[in-house]
Design a protein around this ligand. Structure first.
Ligand code: BGC
Length: 367
């Protein structure tokens, strides 16, 4: 393990270091891994919930800022209800009435969002302690996190062996590779729940960030934020982000879907190419700093969430609190409630198959 260079300095080589983050309430030790690339960008990740704790990338003048929301101490993550930076599973997003049917058998899940299941249930993957292994990748440093989700956990069938590998590349990308296998037919939908503010965490709202999403359709929802099953054209709606538009330009419009989400909290149907590699899903520019985030993925959907439920009450990093709409999430995924929506792409994983998806958050700057 190498020692960490100060943020903003230019180390010659990438490095990865490990330090203690604290202990869980039941006494288990939790670590923090600091991945630094050769340009000085830095990703700090904990094996508690696999959360990205901080992500420091340069602006157009080479000045670094931490662009994700989070907590300074482990107890923030233990008590967190917003999923800051976390790995979300076994099923990211909502499952209606917290149940689904597979091969004629009904599986009842934990209800943790009204009548629905959200983000894996009461103790989702964001509350799991993952086994960590550091690896050197050809283009940066990697942290491999593994977790065994036992048959019946939160109501889901099958022992699911999950591996999530984070790589901070020398090109300022955070690549996340998700894999899983099961011993019984089950459903899987994994994502990362980082909350981004490209001006720097704690620096205000994200309404002036400029966004494009490569989607011609989105999945409208009901009052419980469950998709109705319709794929609706974005054309002539506030959901049309095919051209660069400020996140806040239409967010308060008198629109039924924006009211149901209290802002954007919707799944976009990505324009997927025919080959199965990663493709560009969304791009965000923060005009003052020039920081750009591109989201590349193999997934068919992305949940665009504007932090509508943030309330500024929970202390975050460096004494910052995070009021409403101080960050946005772009959670790559299969569509919400897919286990109950036969027309949506399937989320079923069978024994003998391997779940494998990739999402990369690429950072750059624009003049
Ligand atoms: C959901 C929101 C939810 C947030 C935090 C997002 O993925 O779409 O409705 O409040 O996660 O749990």
């Amino acid at each position: 393990m190498t020692t960490l260079a100060p943020t903003g300095a230019t180390p010659q080589h990438s490095s990865i270091s490990k330090k203690q983050f604290g202990k869980t309430p039941d006494g288990q030790s939790v670590d923090l891994f600091v991945l630094t690339n050769k340009g000085g960008a830095e990703a700090t990740i904990t094996n508690y919930g696999g959360a990205v704790v901080s992500l420091k990338v340069p602006d157009r003048n080479g000045k670094f800022a931490d662009v994700v929301l989070g907590y300074d101490a482990l107890d923030g993550y233990v008590n967190d209800k917003a999923y800051f930076g976390a790995i979300v599973g076994r099923y990211g997003n909502r499952i209606a009435h917290a149940q689904f049917v597979l091969d004629g058998k009904t599986y009842a899940l934990a209800k943790n969002n009204g009548d629905n299941s959200l983000h894996g249930g009461i103790r989702g993957f964001n509350k799991a302690l993952w086994t960590a292994k550091t690896l050197s990748a050809k283009d940066g440093q990697s942290l491999e996190l593994s977790y065994l989700s036992k048959d019946g956990e939160e109501g889901f069938p099958g022992n699911l062996k999950v591996t999530v590998t984070y790589t901070l590349t020398d090109a300022n990308a955070l690549k996340i590779e998700y894999s899983a296998t099961t011993d019984k037919k089950t459903v899987v939908n994994l994502t990362n729940h980082s909350y981004f503010n490209l001006a720097g965490q704690g620096s205000g709202d994200i309404l002036g960030h400029l966004l494009t999403i490569q989607a011609d359709q989105f999945t409208p929802v009901d009052s419980g934020l469950i998709p109705t099953g319709e794929l609706r054209d974005v054309m002539d709606t506030p959901f049309d982000f095919r051209k660069l538009t400020a996140i806040g330009a239409r967010i308060n419009q008198d629109d039924e879907q924006l009211k149901l989400g209290t802002g954007y909290d919707h799944n976009f149907v990505l324009r997927m190419p025919m080959d199965h590699g990663e493709y560009l899903a969304a791009r965000v520019l923060e005009p003052a700093s020039g920081r750009v985030l591109e989201v590349w993925t193999t997934e068919p959907g992305v949940q665009f969430y504007t932090g509508n439920f943030l309330d500024g009450k929970t202390p975050g990093k460096g004494g910052h609190t995070y009021p409403r709409r101080n960050a946005f999430c772009l959670e790559t995924q299969h569509f919400p409630d897919s286990p109950n929506q036969p027309k949506f792409p399937s989320v079923v994983l069978n024994p003998g198959e391997r779940y494998h998806t990739i999402t990369t958050y690429k950072f750059s700057t624009e003049k």
